[in-house]
Design a protein around this ligand. Structure first.
Ligand code: SF4
Length: 302
């Protein structure tokens, strides 16, 4: 890979030790950088079920939100290699086949956008190992339509965040003023690929698109705008998890000096207003969170 353009950053990096990408990647085609593989029990109930979601946390991230709950693996020291281990396609497929053998409900690829070119081969290797459980693409939605088209036929469930609407907000918190524009197009492509939501007899999602919206402190009106778009562009019964788990990490306060409102949790008032707005707009399949979700307890230890 001489000039990477896999994600909307289009940074043209060589992805070598000397020239990492903006996502932190220092590996080219054929290698995944993985921080952790685990049975994850804290996703939505329709993803984690009773036996957990077979989750791969990839290292690095093309979006790089300042407040990321997984910041230790998504935004490490830019002068150091990404934490984690390199896996070839077949090595990772082997590990995931083992996890599937333990009974997890699905294979959940968390923030794999910067490795998207090798994901179809990974899924083919899984299927040839007789792994039949759904493959979940768990994403910030900051990815190109071209990249997503390469996943058609490989991904069963899309699990996209819609993080910001206001370009000024996404510029401040993720250096991505184009975020909403990119994410809207990406989610429409996901919906085009998987227009029907399908559930198994136990209430687990096996096909379709399920959205996530993390309410940010001081920005519940930004969430209103996202909900307005969802109500206008997507089916009213699309699953939407409205999350209040935003946790201000004290060690990130210096980075967020320009965003003082982000140093607290979301209030009950803000969160309820977002839920009410989604109901008002006619969205029928909403999933809320208890206030206790706003805790570092729900952040895996990498
Ligand atoms: S995936 Fe990484 S290296 Fe490639 S364009 Fe995006 S930020 Fe740059």
């Amino acid at each position: 890979m001489s000039a990477c353009r896999l994600c909307p950053r289009q940074c043209d990096a060589a992805r070598t030790m000397q020239e990492p990408g903006l996502c932190g990647s220092r590996t080219g085609p054929g290698l995944f950088r993985v921080a952790r593989i685990m049975a994850h029990h804290w996703e939505e109930p329709y993803i984690s079920g009773t036996r957990g979601s077979g989750t791969v946390f990839f290292s690095g991230c093309p979006l790089g939100c300042l407040f990321c709950q997984n910041h230790t693996i998504s935004q490490p020291d830019p002068d150091m290699p990404l934490p984690g281990t390199d896996f070839t396609v077949h090595e990772l497929a082997f590990k995931l086949a083992q996890l599937a053998g333990e009974g997890v409900h699905n294979i959940n690829l968390v923030t794999a956008s910067h490795f998207v070119q090798d994901v179809p081969a990974l899924v083919r290797a899984l299927r040839s190992s007789a792994v039949t459980i759904p493959v979940v693409w768990n994403t910030s939605s900051y990815e190109t339509v071209t990249a997503l088209r390469s996943l058609a036929g490989s991904v069963d469930v899309y699990l996209p965040d819609f993080k910001f609407w206001d370009p000024d907000l996404s510029a401040r918190l993720a250096q991505a003023p184009d975020y909403a524009h990119v994410a809207a197009k990406a989610i429409l492509e996901m919906q085009r690929q998987q227009p029907e939501t399908q559930w198994d007899p136990h209430g687990l999602l096996v096909r379709g698109v399920a959205l996530r919206l993390l309410v940010l402190p001081g920005h519940h009106r930004d969430a209103f705008s996202i909900i307005d778009w969802i109500a206008q562009e997507l089916p009213p019964d699309i699953p939407l998890a409205i999350m209040n788990q935003y946790t201000p990490f004290p060690n990130l306060h210096a980075q967020m000096a320009a965003c003082p409102e982000m140093k607290r949790k979301v209030t009950t008032y803000e969160y309820q207003k977002v839920i009410e707005h989604a109901e008002l707009k006619g969205l029928t399949r909403l999933l809320g969170q208890e206030r206790t979700a706003a805790s570092a307890t729900y952040t895996p230890d990498f």
